[in-house]
Design a protein around this ligand. Structure first.
Ligand SMILES: *Cc1c(COP(=O)(O)O)cnc(C)c1O
Ligand SMILES: [Zn+2]
Length: 442
């Protein structure tokens, strides 16, 4: 079989091809986004049955082939096929549970509801999946001598910087992160600090940080790690392939994804489309892009039937990782919506907090973004857009262990715009057995 290859090309179709190891982030002709193009003919030399068998064999407790186990590198031919083994920087990302949320499904009137637990991974968010690819390719380029930059850098609402800092540290590469001061949780700020990244807290919002890091990258001072960089999407698309694999190589009817910059929505499409084109699944699921009502430019565009997103100033939301007013990957997500017969839904602060509280009561532990996804799934079901018989997967994007302030705030009834109907507060008692007996459940 010919060895599969991949290169960058213009997302809109301008001429040109660039190696994945080149520091290029926009099409030189139209200034639009780039994407990774795979040699589909080479991949199609392997049959769908062989791919399924190969991927299944690698997802096994005895798979030892380096750098397995990794949800990303176990699909390496489809992701970044030319990265040598010894350049791969992996933390065993991916291969996360597809949790059957039976109780929550019953309460929501959905027959089959799964939560894809992308937050149960090295740095606690799905950002690991893209970052392992990006840092591995940078590592390869640096070792080959084809790339010289002072640092890998990103603007971040938190999770991207945590992942970049961890993978950069693992690779021994310097990392700079630009954060909007005062807008990320303690749990998110502490990770880049711990990994030794240079953390620059700027007096602006996420979109302001993004403008500055793009300028640094344009001047060749840093390598850009934001999801404008299509290498991230290549790693993240393995979530779609994993979901299909965990359902016995079937697409679900719906996949719901909490979205801000919209790279992840595009990644889901890329993964499902590749699995369909190569015959591993027979169709695409429908897509629901789920946004926080306080940061909902994609929702507004969808409701007005526009094909381009008008930037908004994003307001504060508990779902801080999706507080984005000017989403970089909007054109990619528009294409995903179209191909997947998709919809955009939104959740208010009240709705996302309620969804989290309900989910937590069934044993899940949902971060606010996952709350947005769950709330949107419930709203679509209530309106009949999602049918009772349909199989729904909600992507959980981060671990709620990073969002303790949100959880505490809810149960202490201190969250703005939220009425904490399921608050559960501790009961202070004297250290006396009989008093404790009186307070046991009936
Ligand atoms: C980054 C992130 C998102 C949004 O992903 P996009 O690709 O920017 O749409 C959602 N949830 C969490 C927890 C994130 O870290
Ligand atoms: Zn172009």
């Amino acid at each position: 079989m010919p060895k599969p290859t991949a290169h960058f090309r213009c997302f809109r179709g301008c001429a040109g091809a660039w190696p994945l190891t080149q520091a290029i982030y926009r099409c030189p002709t139209c200034d639009g986004l780039l994407e990774v193009a795979h040699d589909r003919a080479a991949l199609a030399q392997t049959s769908a049955d062989e791919w399924r068998a190969r991927f299944d064999a690698r997802w096994s407790p005895t798979a030892r082939e380096i750098p397995m186990p990794s949800g990303v590198w176990s699909k390496r031919e489809w992701v970044a096929p030319e990265v040598p083994d010894d350049c791969i920087v992996s933390t065993g990302e991916g291969m996360t549970a597809l949790y059957p949320a039976k109780l929550l499904a019953k309460q929501s009137g959905i027959r089959e509801l799964y939560v894809k637990q992308c937050g149960t991974t090295h740095t606690g968010s799905f950002k690991d999946l893209g970052m392992t690819v990006l840092v591995s390719v940078v590592n390869q380029a640096v070792r080959q001598g084809s790339l010289k930059v002072r640092a890998i850098a990103c603007a971040s609402t938190g999770d991207t910087s945590a992942a970049l800092a961890a993978y950069g540290a693992a690779a021994g590469l310097p990392v700079v992160v630009l954060l909007p001061r005062g807008m990320v949780s303690v749990g998110q700020l502490v990770q880049p600090l711990a990994h030794g990244a240079r953390v620059l807290a700027l007096d602006t919002d996420f979109d302001g940080c993004m403008r500055i890091v793009r300028e640094l990258a344009a001047r060749g001072l840093v390598y850009l790690a934001n999801s404008m960089n299509p290498l991230r999407i290549e790693g993240q698309k393995t979530v779609a392939i994993e979901i299909a694999q965990q359902l016995g190589w079937q697409a679900p009817d719906w996949v719901v994804i909490p979205s801000g910059n919209l790279g992840n929505a595009a990644a889901l499409y890329a993964g499902f489309a590749m699995a369909r084109d190569l015959g591993l699944v027979d169709r695409l699921p429908r897509l629901c892009v789920a946004q926080a009502a306080n940061a909902d430019p994609m929702y507004r565009a969808f409701m007005k039937g526009q094909t381009e997103v008008t930037p908004v100033v994003a307001k504060a939301t508990q779902a801080s990782a999706i507080r984005i007013g000017n989403p970089v990957s909007a054109p990619r997500a528009m294409a995903a919506l179209k191909a997947m017969n998709g919809v955009v839904e939104e959740a208010t602060e009240q709705e996302l907090a309620d969804a989290c509280a309900k989910a937590d009561r069934t044993g899940l532990y949902a971060c606010p973004h996952t709350g947005v996804g769950l709330a949107c799934a419930m709203k679509l079901r209530a309106r009949g857009v999602i049918a009772e018989s349909e199989r729904v997967v909600v992507v959980s994007t981060a671990s709620a262990l990073k969002f303790t302030e949100f959880k505490l705030g809810y149960h202490e009834k201190k969250l703005p715009e939220v009425d904490s109907t399921l608050a559960n507060e501790p009961i202070a008692l004297p250290a006396d057995v009989e008093t404790v007996v009186q307070h046991l459940p009936p």
